[in-house]
Design a protein around this ligand. Structure first.
Ligand SMILES: Cc1cc2nc3c(=O)[nH]c(=O)nc-3n(C[C@H](O)[C@H](O)[C@H](O)COP(=O)(O)OP(=O)(O)OC[C@H]3O[C@@H](n4cnc5c(N)ncnc54)[C@H](O)[C@@H]3O)c2cc1C
Length: 579
């Protein structure tokens, strides 16, 4: 392919990511009169955010007036098994009502009661009804509202740019390097500050509720290569029920509403096994327990042909299934030609949410690199060891505004802007080297091997032996990845995209396995078969760099929040929507 000359451009703040987090930050910057450019690697109306279904939390008290921001914070800290940053959690809870208000103002159509109040529904582990929703398309409704607002402010958005590297000089970011995914044209984007909102890393597992090429760990690699630390990479939430076949749909979420409506889980002996794991709540047990139960049944040989367990609603009235679970009904017809009113679904745990990510300051969301901010699913701190459902959309909106303000301030204070040629040369050379590759493997083959490895050794249940084996196998994949074939053609630069996706996945996989080895306890979503109990001495964050892992202490919540968190009773999930 002929090389097209490299382009250079400059802006005050570069935002990487056009999902809810990136767009909200870009809107704030534009409102403050700061020049901003927002870039993404896939269509602006189709980032991962649009998959969010169930809702967004805010203690508005429209349905339950007793709710308060402090109770929201307390629920989040408890559900996070005390690994969340209390300051970040309190910020989230305090600012969420204002976030809903602005989304409404920008045209997000949330469900309302007959008298006009915003409807709020229960999500698992919330004390009160505090989740606003837009049918089961909440993420899409929010994304559309943000795009409309960004358009009103004329925010420039380029959703065809792949960022390969952050440009850093003397621990200060001065832009990013990338290429156009269709033409391959290289881009040097100079900026005073950079906001990273490029999503998580749940696609490094074979079964994942993310689509094929999103959440591949790009943000983790970009940040780590720039010398920012990653935090709590071992903490990844597995949703209990993802599809297991066909291959193309593996991991696609089967909503927990299916169990909420009376869906029964069975193994191949026909046993309703949840009675053994949680006799009181059965299928309505918490997400981590059901995921562990499903995993155990499959691991102990009572799984189905495709490596799942049965989830059955065929005993319910077909009308109920079609009216209460319309999306699930359609999903199985569309993807598998299976009528769930007659036949059971095959499901297994699926990687769903990255609690780990870039280490940021709770207040400002600044990373370790001057001028580099991170937010949304790529940042760590809010969700601890288990995310409270409905908190991630709120996190994107609340911290998007805060990060926008911080980056605006940083940009205004910049007096000297060094454009380090060596850093640019290194970024260019990295792309050149990949394009020169002519080895035996294509990136997708190695990516598949990473996903299989992570599912086998770094999945729902981990052990020292398994994690070490995973790291040994990962070293082989690093070698394979160093000699790949990358062949862009007339159809575009997909191969190069996949090669960089793979680099992100390899780094995220290494950080996850190493951090999982280090956390020798079972806490929230992190289950160690060789350390089955929670260890109060490990109530700390783990900070990862390629050179090693250190533990960092966690702050203290305000007395008001602590009191509520400690007096709360264990909540039953019966009658609550659990997404
Ligand atoms: C099925 C499902 C249901 C969910 N339901 C809910 C829910 O009900 N409530 C809730 O709060 N949360 C929910 N979540 C989680 C929530 O959707 C996400 O955490 C959130 O949307 C993440 O937003 P984000 O802006 O951080 O990242 P994303 O929306 O993932 O956006 C990432 C952006 O970064 C860009 N990008 C990535 N890499 C690069 C690169 N190298 N170069 C350039 N651009 C790049 C992408 O193109 C994209 O624009 C759900 C998730 C799933 C999978």
């Amino acid at each position: 392919m002929p090389q097209i000359a490299e382009r250079r451009s400059a802006t005050n703040v570069l935002v990487i990511g056009t999902g809810a987090g990136g767009l909200r930050a870009a809107i704030e910057l534009a409102e403050q009169g700061v020049e901003v450019l927002c870039v993404g690697k896939r269509r602006r109306d189709d980032p991962h955010t649009v998959l969010a279904a169930g809702g967004i939390n805010a203690a508005l008290g429209t349905m339950d007036p007793a709710d308060s921001w402090a109770q929201h914070a307390a629920d989040t800290l408890r559900e996070g098994y005390w690994l969340s940053d209390p300051e970040a959690v309190e910020q989230l809870a305090q600012h969420s009502p204002a976030a809903i208000e602005e989304l409404v103002e920008w045209g997000a159509e949330f469900a309302r009661e007959d008298d006009g109040r915003l409807s709020q529904r229960f999500f698992g582990a919330h004390t009160w009804r505090r989740t606003c929703f837009s049918g089961d398309y909440t993420g899409r409704a929010i994304q559309h509202a943000l795009i409309r607002r960004a358009d009103q402010l004329s925010v420039p958005i380029r959703d065809d740019l792949y960022i390969t590297r952050l440009l850093v000089h003397d621990n200060r970011v001065f832009g990013a390097y990338g290429f156009d995914v269709a033409t391959g044209q290289r881009q040097i984007l100079f900026a005073d500050a950079v906001v990273l909102a490029a999503g998580g890393y749940t696609r490094i597992w074979r079964r994942s509720s993310s689509r094929r090429d999103e959440n591949t760990g790009d943000a983790m690699r970009l940040a780590a290569d720039a010398s920012a630390r990653l935090q709590d990479m071992e903490l990844v939430q597995f949703h209990p029920t993802g599809m297991v076949h066909p291959d193309s749909a593996e991991g696609t979420l089967v909503t927990e509403a299916v169990r909420g409506e009376g869906g029964q889980l069975r193994n191949t002996d026909g046993e309703r096994f949840m009675a053994r794991y949680d006799p009181e709540r059965g299928e309505l047990s918490t997400r981590d327990r059901v995921a562990l139960a499903n995993y155990t049944e499959i691991a102990e040989g009572r799984g189905t042909e495709h490596g799942g367990v049965w989830l059955d609603v065929s005993h319910l009235d077909p009308n109920t299934v079609q009216t209460r679970l319309p999306r699930t009904y359609r999903q199985f017809i569309d993807l598998l030609m299976l009528d769930i009113t007659r036949e059971p679904m095959e499901v297994a745990p699926t990687a769903h949410y990255s609690m780990g990510g870039v280490r940021v300051d709770a207040d400002t969301h600044a990373s370790d690199v001057d001028g580099l901010y991170a937010l949304g699913e790529c940042a760590s701190g809010v969700h601890g060891a288990n995310r409270l459902g409905g908190n991630s959309l709120g996190e994107c909106i609340v911290f998007g505004r805060i990060v926008g303000q911080q980056a605006a301030r940083f940009s205004a204070d910049v007096d000297v802007h060094v454009r380090d040629r060596a850093a640019i040369d290194a970024a260019r050379a990295e792309v050149d080297a990949l394009l020169a590759g002519n080895g035996d493997d294509f990136p997708r083959q190695v990516q598949r091997a990473v996903r299989d490895l992570m599912s086998r050794w770094g999945g729902v249940v981990r052990s020292e032996d398994g994690l070490n084996r995973g790291l040994t196998e990962l070293a082989d994949l690093d070698t394979r990845a160093a000699a790949m074939s990358v062949r862009p053609d007339i159809a575009g630069y997909d191969d190069l995209v996949h090669a960089f996706d793979l680099r992100g996945s390899l780094l995220a996989a290494r950080a996850t396995l190493q951090s999982a080895l280090k956390r020798r306890e079972t806490r929230g979503a992190h289950v160690r078969s060789d350390h089955p109990d929670l260890d109060p001495n490990q109530q700390h964050n783990l900070l990862w760099t390629p050179a090693g892992i250190t533990a960092a202490p966690i702050g203290t919540a305000s007395p008001e929040v602590l009191a509520l968190a400690h007096t709360a009773e264990d909540l039953t999930s019966a009658g609550r929507l659990l997404e």
